[in-house]
Design a protein around this ligand. Structure first.
Ligand SMILES: Cc1cc2nc3c(=O)[nH]c(=O)nc-3n(C[C@H](O)[C@H](O)[C@H](O)COP(=O)(O)OP(=O)(O)OC[C@H]3O[C@@H](n4cnc5c(N)ncnc54)[C@H](O)[C@@H]3O)c2cc1C
Length: 383
């Protein structure tokens, strides 16, 4: 679905007017913003703050711009969403939490999901009531995603799903999971994969959080034991889930980096006053890498807006985001960081979490090596 034709947006056809008014609203210090930016190192605390903020943004209308009217939005383009998150980042919001999946999964849900089901659930995603997880990776299927084994067997009125997913971000905060399952034979690889929306509160679903070294508890393992999924929750075609997955990865690698880039830029601005002269060369790297990542991800927004997905070119955008995030935190640590921080010092703990996250950014959404592999094979056509 083109993001340029999403319904009436008369009040804010001009995105810069939208940005200015939204910035004024933020500057007045709404309590949900004040809570969301208050120091908080627990993931559950951060998520609670984000949920309340999403509710306020929805009820005031801000987060509805950029989404189609029939899905709970107020029309407009991806530039409205990009502007809203940029202003939030400048106001001290440091991450999207589970609502990053609005940008990773949302566009695909809208373009390939069953309209009746998606129009019933999407407004609850937008207004912060319910969030979504992305169930792709399995213990033996990460880079080699086509080898997934979680199986959906057809039965009257739907499917029964059995299997195990891992590294499922935000699953224990989510109501829904966009799940990739095997519907073809074990040998069918990417041809026998289907995407479906599974309610994580269904009988037979177990979600176990995974303790992370950085102190976050974003990740989880999810098992499905004979879980019934109604037929109207299939996204895309039966056995056509690979196209759904590729569409999602194109957003995750090609447009989501813009949203992450906004937070990184704000963090650079926040930290720059503490800069130490000996770290100047690292600062220069961080600034250059952020500029490259910003330019590439802005191009990703433009492609999305023109309804011309980046496809394999999104691998470049993801690689540039990885460089920017790592350079920024190499500099931050050289300047200001004590990563063996005192757990009682919430600001130092936050820096430690951010530094450690910058090391794993090269894995989610497909590892750095797999992005290089995509560029080699699908763009450079190397043998
Ligand atoms: C913070 C975070 C959040 C995540 N969130 C989600 C999520 O929400 N949903 C989800 O489904 N998954 C999620 N993942 C999982 C992520 O997609 C996988 O970890 C990733 O695809 C790599 O798979 P793997 O861990 O199985 O590693 P493997 O595929 O086992 O790879 C191990 C190493 O071998 C390298 N390698 C493998 N194959 C090749 C090859 N052919 N050529 C060159 N090198 C190769 C890889 O680059 C990597 O360095 C998340 C991961 C992280 C770190």
């Amino acid at each position: 679905m083109s993001s340029t034709l999403q319904g009436p947006v008369d009040a804010y056809a001009d995105v810069s007017a939208f940005y200015d008014d939204f910035e004024r609203w933020l500057a007045a210090g709404p309590p949900e913003l004040v809570n969301a930016v208050a120091p908080e190192t627990s993931t559950s605390g951060q998520m609670a703050g984000m949920r309340d903020l999403m509710k306020a943004l929805y009820s005031e209308g801000w987060s509805r711009y950029g989404w189609p009217v029939e899905m709970g939005g107020l029309g407009g383009t991806i530039y409205h969403r990009a502007a809203m998150w940029e202003a939030l980042a400048r106001s001290g919001v440091s991450k999207m939490g589970a609502f990053e999946h609005l940008e990773v999964l949302g566009p695909t849900l809208l373009s390939l999901g069953p309209a009746e089901f998606v129009s019933a659930v999407f407004p609850r995603f937008l207004d912060g009531t319910e969030s979504w997880a992305q169930g792709f990776s399995e213990p033996d299927a990460g880079s080699d995603l086509a080898s997934i084994r979680t199986r959906a067997t057809a039965m009257d009125g739907g499917y029964v799903v059995t299997g195990r997913k891992i590294w499922t971000s935000w699953a224990h905060y989510a109501t829904w999971c966009l799940l990739l399952v095997r519907t073809g034979t074990a040998e069918s690889r990417h041809r026998g994969v289907t995407a479906m929306a599974v309610n994580l509160k269904s009988p037979g679903v177990e979600v176990r959080p995974i303790a992370q070294a950085d102190g976050n508890d974003e990740l989880a393992e999810v098992t499905f034991d004979d879980v019934f999924v109604p037929a109207d929750r299939v996204i895309g075609a039966v056995d056509g889930g690979w196209a759904v997955a590729m569409d999602i990865l194109s957003h995750e690698r090609g447009t989501f980096p813009w949203f992450r880039h906004c937070f990184l830029t704000s963090q650079l601005q926040e930290e720059i006053e503490f800069a130490a002269p000996h770290a100047d060369a690292l600062l220069a790297d961080a600034i250059l890498d952020l500029a490259s990542s910003g330019a590439a991800s802005a191009a990703g927004l433009q492609s999305h807006n023109e309804d011309s997905p980046l496809g394999p070119r999104a691998a470049f955008t993801k690689l540039l985001l990885c460089s920017a995030e790592q350079s920024l935190y190499d500099w931050t640590i050289a300047t200001d960081g004590d990563i063996a921080a005192d757990p009682a010092d919430s600001s130092a703990m936050e820096t430690r979490q951010r530094y450690m996250f910058s090391r794993i950014v090269t894995i989610y959404g497909g590892s750095q090596q797999m992005q290089l592999d995509t560029i080699a094979k699908r763009i450079l056509r190397l043998p």
